[in-house]
Design a protein around this ligand. Sequence first.
Ligand SMILES: [Zn+2]
Length: 704
Amino acid sequence: MKKIIFSVLISVIILGFSYLQLFAASEKFELKTSKATLTIDHNGNLHIIQNQGQVIQVNTSIYNLWKVILKNNLNNREYTIIPDKNVTIDKSDKIFRLVVNSISIENKALPVKAEFTISEKDDAFCFSGSLKSDSDEWMLKELDYPIISGIQIKDNNPGIYWPVGLGQYFNDPVEFGNRSLRYPDGQGAAMAWFSLNSNDVGMYIGSHDSLQEIKVFNLGYDKSLKMFGTHINTPIFDHEYVIPEMILKIYNGQWHNAAKYYRSWYDKHFEIVKPPDWVRDDPGWLLAILKQQNMEVMWPYKDIDKLCDIAEQFNLSTISLFGWAVGGHDRYYPNYPPDNLMGGREELKKAIDRAHSRGIKIIIYANGKIMDTSTDFYKYNGFETILIQENGRPQIQYYLKQKNSTPVIFAQACTGSEVWRRTMYELGFQAASLGADGIIYDQVGIMNPMPCFSKNHDHKPGLGDAKNRLQMINEARQKSREVNPDFIVMTEGTNDAIIRGIDYHHGCGLGSMISFFGVDGFPELFRYTFPELIMTQRNPNPMITRTDANWALVYGLRHEIESRYPGDVEYLLYGTLPTAESYLNVVSPPSIKKMNLLPAAEATKYVHSLIEFEKNNSDFFRSGKFIDEDGIEVKGNDILAKGFVNGNKIGVVAWNQHLTEKSDFSVSVPGYHLIKAIEPENSVVEGTLPLHANSIRLLIFQKN
Ligand SMILES: [Zn+2]
């Protein structure tokens, strides 16, 4: 007891000494970027002020910058450590260094060291540091850092650009409230940055972690104080940790500049896969479940010919085969032997050959993340392959496709397992051997990167499997390309960790459709940051409405038709419009309302003409780069217009979203002049004429 009191006294003395000596009242620490100044005064108050106009200001304290959770490995208890003033401050060489002298619990000093730094890097403020435990007894569990409170923006409604899915935009901070997003996750944070923006100035917050490990981004708005607060949470589960660079940047201009800043960091560390030319030119796909979860066969292998007919009617040139193996859709994974009931292996190979002779590509399905717990695979390989949660349990998921069936129970696999990865790349090799043009590893891009505590995997216990997912995909591609050099790997959803290995994305999540479970996305955010991404829209219907097709075109997304249930087959083969009874027994049916909007043949004809239009203007819709509205001026009610640049030309596609009334509008591109205007059904038109209801026009501009 005496010893503890003595050490506390010593600490207090050290604190007073170091604190006063290194930071006299007349002194302050200062960092400057081209747009802002960061100062820390002798009381530890941290201010960030935007130089011009002071629209953005941050007032926080260095004594609230971090929080660490330690775990005691002997008693399994967790302890939250919050900062006190027992720190040493060093501010040499333009680096502010905050060294935590002592971390203690119940007056007992622990063998844990922490150091936090603030510096200027790449014209931004960079928060980094390191943590170390010198004892096996104490593990670093997680870190909140930097915790930045007191963010004021002199505008009642600064916009929030939030990286969930392909993106979300909020113009009301009160509506935004408090939110958090886990990265890298197609349904969570698909990118490791977000931005607040107001009247041509903005604040960028990003994690520049070249390992792309799990981060949780938190942002909240206090409506009484009219202030934002943010912090980044990082799971660690290790004894030593170097904090990757967490970046706060004040910038001028619109959010596009924040996106470009993140992309320039990304390009220093990573390279995005370049898909074969056929993917670049692909207009989209027909997703067909051949056999459902209840074992009902809808499309035997020989009927792949009929699927080719349907794809051609829509002008689509890729078909994905889901539920193509013995277990049907969402059963018996990861077992995917060709089904004799549907015609057997040779019949499947012949059908794929016939599709190729018509110029149609075939993609084969495998789920990259889950295994059916009723399989021998789970029984004998589960121990090595499943994701283990912190409580030692598997992560269980249920999938149900028909209301009168027993849900199928799956365990989540971890791609950190070499056995799982081998199982997956053998499926890729099988797909290539069947003659398919690619494999879709479902859920690899979209599933939450949960920490896995298995001791059998190629990651440290407590980390996610993001980098192993990439490893799995790369192994699969390499092996399959021995059979077919143009073989591709696809997945559902996207995030910027997986984008490095995926040739083609099956759209999923916010921003992959106009409204995702009632929430509007802002796909501009991801599309502008990663314009080379090739992704389908998500359209769980056996037809595409004119509105959905136009929407996808504007964002440069490829189209999708889905055949999942017998009602879809009736519609696709015979044009039968569904009634409420058509899908009574199925889970997540297509939109009966959309299907009944117009006769099937008319719906199909519009999509065909729209895709023809895209092909005729492939310079923009296939080879062009999506630039959103950056550098483009658009006026007009109900007009949504986006640009695609190629060389010295910019194609701006304008869409009148009004369903019944035509709209006057104008589009101009400073520094460019209009050379041509085209519409899908009217060919060349006068660019300045009003745009008909729910119609699109491409305006082609050339550099002056
Ligand atoms: Zn694992």
